[in-house]
Design a binder for this molecule. Structure first.
Ligand code: ADP
Ligand code: GN1
Ligand code: MG
Length: 369
């Protein structure tokens, strides 16, 4: 275990380090909350993260992206009369004014101001929470609609390129690195039967029918902070994957995680289905914020986006399972397989409920005209 106190002291933090603890439930980075005491003032907290540089190969470019996007958002939020200190993630620079610190082992660290009096939820406790996350991600999309997308680096190349994800899945089946292929034939067949789906949105993009936008690309419920006092979705976090993408990626990823009746790793599949009430709540919040900046074709494909992101995630979990669990953090032996199964169950359920999902999108669009 590295020395958190000495890492935290590399940043422009206020006060004296008291202690640090592992924090949150992310699958990618190592996150710590660090507490600092100050004379005559309340203690302060900072987030310190070890960035997963096996996954994010160009950390300097990634931090440049986050710096550019957060500076842009802070300016806009201030112009609109908001409070950038609570509504936008704030990087804490190193003592020599850099965006990250690299230690002698080659690990990369960064620090953020801890957004206090806010919660981060792992599942929906009340529909209002999901509505607020929809507003926050919709606003994020809207505020970045005039950000120069071509200045951003793709921090994970082809991150939501579902065709490329499908190819990676086929390669994992072929390689069968840890001898698990025979255990998952049913899941493999399910995914292969839907190969055609992988190219649909990319085809719309390539033929100019939908535009490229700046997207968050990882819009799980636990990547937005809700203000404890007002309940409002105040701050979108986890900006590692902000990059050019499609509006469907943000809409779809939120639905796959938040509109599910169960956790992403539930083992009792009879508990897993898509909740149309939550689907509707999210559509409402998202379209209220960014509906007017989306084209009709984009809106028409939102239900498909939800299905595609769920399909993609199921395929990614299975690919990682076949490769020996080298990408997502796991906490039990078949964790990635359990996660894959919930996603495929959701895909099947979305297929059954597709017409209802379409009708909900139409209704929400009509209501926010
Ligand atoms: P990962 O990429 O591993 O998901 P995140 O950046 O999402 O990492 O951080 C993990 C968790 O840490 C979040 O889900 C949230 O609970 C907490 N967190 C991250 N940044 C902040 C912040 N600025 N203020 C408060 N909590 C935060
Ligand atoms: C990862 O970092 P976290 O836990 O917010 C992953 C997402 C997946 C998600 C599945 C960079 O998100 O793409 O949808 O797990 N992030 C990355 O829970 O791969
Ligand atoms: Mg996260």
């Amino acid at each position: 275990m590295f020395d958190l106190k000495s890492i935290a002291s590399q940043f422009q933090v206020k006060g004296t380090f008291i202690f640090g603890e592992s924090f949150g439930c992310g699958h990618i980075n190592d996150t710590y909350a660090c507490y600092f005491k100050r004379k005559f003032e309340h203690p302060l907290r900072y987030i310190v993260q070890r960035i997963n540089h096996q996954i994010f190969k160009d950390v300097p470019a990634l931090m440049q992206n986050i710096d550019a996007v957060t500076s842009f958002l802070a300016k806009k939020v201030a112009e609109l009369g908001g409070d950038p200190a609570r509504e936008v993630l704030q990087i804490v620079k190193t003592t020599d004014d850099q965006l990250f610190y690299r230690d002698e082992d080659g690990s990369y660290y960064r620090a953020y101001v801890f957004v206090d009096d806010a919660v981060c939820l792992q599942h929906i406790e009340q529909p209002e929470h999901f509505y607020q996350s929809a507003k926050a991600f919709g606003r994020f999309q809207k505020l970045l609609s005039d950000f120069p997308a071509d200045t951003l680096t793709e921090t994970i190349p082809a991150f939501h390129n579902t065709r490329a994800r499908y190819e990676a899945f086929l390669a994992a089946i072929d390689a069968d690195l840890v001898g698990r292929r025979a255990l998952v034939q049913q899941e493999i067949d399910f995914i292969k039967a839907r190969e055609q789906d992988a190219g649909i949105l990319l085809h719309l993009l390539e033929s100019g029918k939908i535009p490229l936008r700046v997207t968050h690309s990882d819009t799980k419920l636990n990547n937005v902070l809700l203000d404890i006092a007002t309940g409002e979705g105040i701050c979108v976090i986890d900006l590692d994957t902000v990059m050019p993408g499609l509006a469907h990626y943000d809409f779809g990823d939120s639905i796959r995680f938040g509109a599910s009746s169960a956790s992403e790793d539930e083992t009792d599949l009879s508990k897993v289905f898509v909740r149309l009430d939550l689907f509707e709540v999210f559509c409402k919040g998202f379209l209220e914020e960014c509906g007017k900046s989306l084209t009709q074709t984009e809106i028409d494909y939102l239900p498909f986006g939800a299905k595609l992101m769920t399909f993609e995630c199921g395929m990614r979990f299975l690919t990682d399972y076949l490769n020996g669990d080298t990408y997502f953090k796991i906490h039990r032996p078949d964790h990635n397989l359990d996660r894959c199964r919930t996603q495929l169950k959701l895909v099947a359920d979305m297929e059954k409920k597709y017409d209802e999902m379409m009708a909900i999108v139409k209704r929400c669009q009509a209501n926010c005209r």
